[in-house]
Design a protein around this ligand. Structure first.
Ligand SMILES: Cc1cc2nc3c(=O)[nH]c(=O)nc-3n(C[C@H](O)[C@H](O)[C@H](O)COP(=O)(O)OP(=O)(O)OC[C@H]3O[C@@H](n4cnc5c(N)ncnc54)[C@H](O)[C@@H]3O)c2cc1C
Length: 388
């Protein structure tokens, strides 16, 4: 591991991102300049293995970076982790063939190119439910033709590698296979349609990706498995993704905390006292501290459990359950913390000219990223009660 302090480097960038946040949120525009600065500062190779020219940052560094970036701009942090988590997942649970993994690493190290999985569809909902995508790949002329429409394609404005989930229908009554294909934005029949206009995380560029007779050479098939086979990157995928999300929302809630505390120390309505002297304000601030501390402790616990997963845990939950707890509880705690911060600030917290209403919108978006709460709670129930 290099001796670079990645969290400090992320904090320095995040301060600049915070200055641009309001504009990108208002416009729903993509913060290209933030990604250029991340690229220049070496972040595109943060989690790429050393053997491929990267920094091979551990999960603990990854979450520290996510928290720092989230405090500056939630959208940038969320979008950025879609790329970095991919290398962490593949380091811990390899599911991509060597030639493509080497290519993703090379692209990140030599060019700062970004990759993301493009799985969700309007009809399918969250692919973590195990459903079948409508996007279909058919063999033709020694290659593939893909048709379908993906939603929530985060990083669409800057992605080099769109890793697209599709089904391959079976012949003679065989069940379909699930496959991932690598698609470039200039492949014929592929296009980004700018649809992203959301309540929160408005600057993630999570547009639609439309495939109409998109012809690909045979080598673009990245992975293929039977629908009843487990996803080989599943546990590692959950670890990096869920904990990256949790750290991102801690960052957003921390920014709300800073704003509310600064406001409470200054605001003196109708009297000479600042509102920081009022018991209601003090209690709310204390509750914010409690929620943030709990969230950080849960994330740290889950990181330790995942990194030490080879060693049997004597007491308490298995690593994956701890990760589920950290994701679900942290998102809920951070939503509550931002809600409390809004109440500390009072009526003016609703004003668009203040960042705190953006934190309120951004912090809730990861509720809808996997592991979704209902499914995570079912894991915990299954661990305690057995199959339902
Ligand atoms: C900011 C943001 C960025 C995103 N970026 C990406 C991206 O880059 N790539 C990508 O592929 N996707 C992305 N997504 C999509 C995300 O991963 C989900 O697929 C998407 O939000 C749909 O989730 P859903 O809750 O609507 O799913 P649905 O599956 O439609 O679920 C709807 C509701 O039903 C419940 N439900 C569904 N099935 C079950 C079940 N079996 N048991 C119990 N409850 C169930 C869910 O918990 C939820 O409450 C992004 C989402 C957001 C918000």
């Amino acid at each position: 591991m290099s001796d670079i302090d990645w969290a400090a480097r992320a904090r320095a960038l995040a301060a600049r991102f915070a200055e641009r946040s309001e504009r990108h949120d208002r416009e729903g525009s993509f913060p290209f300049e933030n990604f250029e600065e991340l690229r220049e500062a070496g972040f595109m190779r943060l989690t790429v293995p050393r053997a491929h020219g990267g920094y091979e940052a551990p999960l603990s560094t990854f979450v520290a970076v996510q928290e720092a970036l989230g405090a500056g701009d939630g959208s940038t942090a969320l979008a950025f982790m879609m790329h970095t988590k991919l290398f962490g997942q593949q380091r811990d649970g390899r599911s991509y063939p060597d030639e493509w993994y080497t290519e993703f690493c090379r692209g990140a190290v030599e060019h700062g190119w970004m990759a993301n999985t493009v799985a969700t569809e309007e009809g399918l909902g969250s692919p973590s439910g195990g459903g079948l995508p409508d996007t279909v790949a058919r063999e033709a002329d020694g290659g593939w033709v893909l048709d379908g429409r993906k939603t929530f394609t985060t990083l669409a404005p800057v992605l080099r590698y769109f890793i697209v989930l599709a089904r391959i229908d079976g012949t003679a009554g065989e069940p379909p296979d699930l496959a991932n294909f690598v698609i470039y934005r200039d492949d014929p029949g592929a296009r980004v349609v700018e649809t992203w206009d959301s309540l929160g995380m408005r600057a993630t560029g999570s547009h639609d990706f439309v495939l109409e007779g998109c012809r690909l050479p045979a080598g673009r098939l990245l992975t293929r498995r039977r629908i009843d086979e487990p996803d080989p990157k599943s546990a590692a995928g959950t670890a990096w993704f869920a904990l990256g999300l949790a750290a991102t929302v801690i960052g957003v809630a921390q920014a709300a905390r800073e704003y509310a505390v600064g406001f409470a120390r200054e605001r003196t309505p109708n009297s000479a006292r600042t509102i920081s002297a009022y018991p209601g304000v003090r209690e709310r601030v204390a509750r914010i501290e409690l929620l943030l501390q709990r969230s950080r402790a849960e994330v740290a616990d889950a990181v330790r459990a995942w990194e030490g997963r080879a060693t049997a845990i004597a007491v308490g939950m298995a690593p994956l359950e701890r990760i589920a707890v950290a994701k679900v509880d942290t998102v809920n705690s951070c939503i509550e913390a931002v809600e409390l911060a809004m109440r500390v600030v009072g009526g003016v917290s609703l004003q668009k000219s203040r960042p705190i209403e953006r934190y309120w919108r951004d912090v809730r978006a990861p509720l809808h990223n996997p592991p979704l709460e209902d499914r995570a709670l079912e894991w915990l129930a299954r661990a305690a009660l057995g199959g339902g």
